[in-house]
Design a binder for this molecule. Structure first.
Ligand SMILES: *Cc1c(COP(=O)(O)O)cnc(C)c1O
Length: 418
């Protein structure tokens, strides 16, 4: 096929991926790798044989595992090792970070009380933002600035910038929009936010592991992301967060003993001495089994290299978009993802009025796509286990489903899990 780099294809064998399976849902739940399986089994064995001593005698010692994994992950997001920590879950990390960055009580003039989000962000991010504002005694009706979408798919960066003012305390946006796959210009938005005197934070859930970031150089204030999508850490896998060195003077707003300076943690002192760096934002005992899966999974990412993954991902999504234009447009399909490479993440949004039924028909034929209400089928050609030939097979199957009309046999009712 027309690839500049066949070498990533070798990674497919490291994943549990049936040869006939067309898994296009790695942006929702990445596949299990043999590496992740092996590292989970290793930690189980450590638990079996070392029990409590695993905290000091594990490989690495469990006590340092979160910092160790953060060090491995930092290059994927362009962070310094002490700017990242592996911790908690995505939405919980959003709360933890807002507790440090949204503090209108510290604004002497009391003017910065607003949080800027966008209309299309993942619902959990918005639920968290609204509940956090209420916790702070603010009314979301007044304190939440929601940048609208002009087309229902994308957010115009000019609209974000135009919504900035000296009332905004924090800008909180996704790096890649979960439905359309639009990639925002993090550097540009961060600069504009800083010029307006606001902090800029990003949710990298749909970009971490497929789009390289430069969080440190771009001076992003904070970020958080899940690792079970493109980073393949398994269902509900431990999340991660980033706090820029320039902002580490801020105190964790919701502290706990695992955020302690490691040398002091077991002093069990009544007074909290935070760790230097993002480790201070940890709260309780780390989730070792979940972290073990991430450890194995990250080995593959580090071997493959995030720049190579991105280059290949852009080739695959371009190939898919072209195939939709040339072979599927005649059946009423449209591409909902920006076409400029620098404006798209790792998946393609395929739009169709009958998307829910077509999605069901594809599943029946061994394709694993991902339906998002009301009319989007998301397709993620994950470079570590999807190749051009898989896209060819996918397109053939979609053509067959449309030519035969077999999708009409499926229900258009929404199930409980879409
Ligand atoms: C997947 C995703 C989440 C998931 O949050 P959890 O707390 O892990 O359930 C949140 N935000 C975005 C943008 C996501 O893509």
């Amino acid at each position: 096929m027309n690839s500049s780099d066949q070498s990533l294809a070798a990674f497919r064998d490291r994943f549990y991926c049936a040869p006939e399976c067309l898994y296009f849902d790695g942006n929702s739940l990445g596949l299990l790798s043999k590496d992740a399986e092996a590292s989970v089994l290793r930690v189980l064995e450590e638990w079996k044989t070392l029990a409590i001593d695993g905290w000091t005698a594990g490989t690495p010692p469990w006590f340092h595992a979160a910092e160790e994994l953060a060090r491995l992950q930092a290059p994927l997001v362009g962070a310094q090792p002490d700017e990242v920590i592996v911790h908690g879950s995505t939405t919980v990390n959003e709360h933890l970070l807002l507790a440090s960055f949204y503090r209108p009580e510290d604004d002497e003039r009391g003017r910065r009380r607003k949080l800027l989000i966008d209309e299309l962000n993942f619902p959990s991010d918005r639920y968290a933002a609204e509940s956090f504002l209420r916790l702070k005694g603010a009314d979301p009706q007044d304190a939440l600035v929601v940048v609208p979408s002009r087309d229902g798919r994308t957010i115009a960066e000019e609209d974000i910038i135009a919504a900035l003012s000296d009332e905004i305390a924090v800008v909180l946006l996704p790096a890649v929009l979960y439905r359309s796959g639009q990639l925002l210009d993090i550097r540009r938005i961060t600069r504009a936010a800083h010029e307006a005197g606001a902090y800029a934070g990003f949710d990298l859930s749909h970009s971490a592991g497929v789009v390289p970031h430069r969080l440190h150089d771009d001076e992003v204030d904070f970020a958080f992301w899940c690792t079970y999508k493109y980073l393949n850490s398994g269902p509900g896998g431990v999340a991660s967060l980033f706090v820029h060195r320039n902002r580490q003077y801020l105190a964790p707003g919701l502290a706990g003993w695992f955020g302690s300076d490691k040398e002091r943690q077991f002093d069990m002192a009544p007074q909290f001495t935070p760790a230097a760096g993002a480790g201070a934002w940890q709260v309780g005992t780390p989730h070792l089994l979940s972290m073990a899966a991430l450890e194995g999974a990250l080995r593959i990412h580090r071997e493959a290299g995030i720049e190579r993954i991105r280059a290949r991902s852009l080739e695959l999504t371009a190939y898919l978009i072209e195939a939709v234009d040339t072979r599927l447009a005649r059946y009423g399909f449209a591409v909902g993802t920006p076409r400029e490479p620098e404006r798209r993440g790792g998946h393609v949004a395929l739009e169709h009025a009958e998307a829910i039924r077509i999605n069901a028909a594809l599943k029946e034929r061994g394709v694993v796509p991902d339906f998002r209400y009301p009319n989007v089928i998301r397709l993620a050609p994950v470079p570590l286990y999807i190749d051009f030939a898989d896209i060819d097979r996918l397109i053939e199957i979609i053509v067959t489903v449309m030519e035969s009309g077999s999708y009409r046999a499926h229900s258009s009712e929404r199930g409980t899990v879409a």
